[in-house]
Design a protein around this ligand. Structure first.
Ligand code: KG4
Ligand code: ZN
Length: 325
């Protein structure tokens, strides 16, 4: 079995996965949403302190499995350095005391492999990764052949939901609450700019849209919030759709997937489904509970890396905030 640890942002999670069957034997996650909600976003130092409390608590429950472990996998990048280091320190201590190899997992690969938790992999995949830190289109051929073909020039898709929520004092994370309010709103009431609509670039940008929402929210009252949420969501998703449509003209998708915390958004899922219809491409999604950060996805990558003996020296392992794959 592999024990995997995730602490790249505000979720402390540990999983244990059976290497042969790929079955998840144990998974527990302690989220810090409540603690960060008052600040309208993640406070890195607070997150780090909360990981230091939560991770040992979860690890305690894993002790019965220690004798069956073959490796420790841990998220090392990208993420907040002060929170990544909490998971990495625990992973190093476990490797030394239990005499096990260490596997350094990229968080973005983790999100991609959330598609395959307790399942076999299948490639190629054109992946849309939408989370709090990233908005990327990635062409995936295998574990080691991944190419990012589009990314954001500023804010990410999920982050823009968080910021719009903060403007209306609706708490953190913003995605679920904005999606819920949008269901009740009129998505045509406020005209919103479609980012980069005149640009030939296959890239994303959310800062302009965010500022447009800010201007509308300044003069708005609480009764207008559902309409604002609906208009914002329509433009935020419309921007993804417009750029994907452009990309598909030269790269028609065969298997398409959406991963990351914001892939839980049902409005986005429905629109992408419609976009894919003419291509007859398959659409894969992670189970709802594995869309946001978790350790099961890190364990799933861990299995692939274990089989390829992709280990890293305990003294060499480094955390990195960089966003590359
Ligand atoms: O993948 P994740 O858990 O953490 C990162 O790696 O960033 O993603 C969290 C992000 C947050 O920005 C959150 O607001 C967004 O995903 N999110 C959503 C929804 N649920 C979560 N965004 C839009 N609609 C949702 N339903
Ligand atoms: Zn994530």
């Amino acid at each position: 079995m592999i024990l995997s640890i995730e602490s790249s942002c505000d979720d402390s999670a540990i999983a244990i996965t059976d290497i042969k069957t790929k079955k998840l034997v144990f998974h527990k996650k302690i989220s810090q949403e409540l603690e960060h909600s008052v600040y309208g976003g993640v406070v890195p130092e607070l997150a780090s302190r909360l990981h230091a409390e939560a991770l040992p608590k979860i690890l305690e429950e894993c002790k019965p499995y220690f004798k069956d472990l073959k490796a420790i996998a841990v998220t090392t990048a990208p993420g907040l350095n002060v929170t990544l280091v909490e998971g990495v320190t625990m992973a190093k201590a476990l490797c030394i005391s239990l005499n096990l190899p260490l596997i350094a997992v990229n968080h973005l690969k983790g999100h991609i492999y959330s598609l395959f938790i307790e399942k076999e992999t299948f490639f190629p995949q054109t992946v849309l990764l939408v989370s709090g830190g990233h908005t990327q289109v990635i062409e995936v051929k295998s574990l080691e052949e991944m190419q990012m073909v589009a990314t954001t020039m500023d804010d990410s898709f999920g982050e823009s939901f968080d910021k719009v929520s903060k403007m209306m004092k609706l708490g953190y994370p913003g995605g679920p609450v904005i999606e819920k309010m949008a269901e009740e709103g009129d998505e045509n009431r406020y005209p919103m700019p479609l980012p980069l609509s005149q640009s030939p670039l296959i890239a994303f940008s959310y800062s302009g849209l965010k500022n447009a929402v800010r201007l509308v929210a300044l003069d708005a009252q609480e009764k207008d919030y559902c309409d604002i949420a609906a208009c914002f969501q329509k433009a935020a998703v419309g921007h993804l759709l417009q750029k994907l449509k452009k990309y598909f003209k030269t790269h028609p998708p065969e298997n398409f997937s959406i991963v990351g915390g914001a892939s839980a958004n049902l409005y986005l899922r429905e629109k992408i489904e419609t976009l894919l219809k003419p291509f007859k491409a398959s659409l894969s999604l992670a189970e709802m509970k594995y869309c946001s950060d978790n350790a099961a996805m890190i364990g799933r990558v861990g299995i692939e890396m274990y089989e390829k003996k992709m280990f890293v020296d305990v003294d060499e392992v480094r955390t990195e905030a960089r966003t590359s794959l």
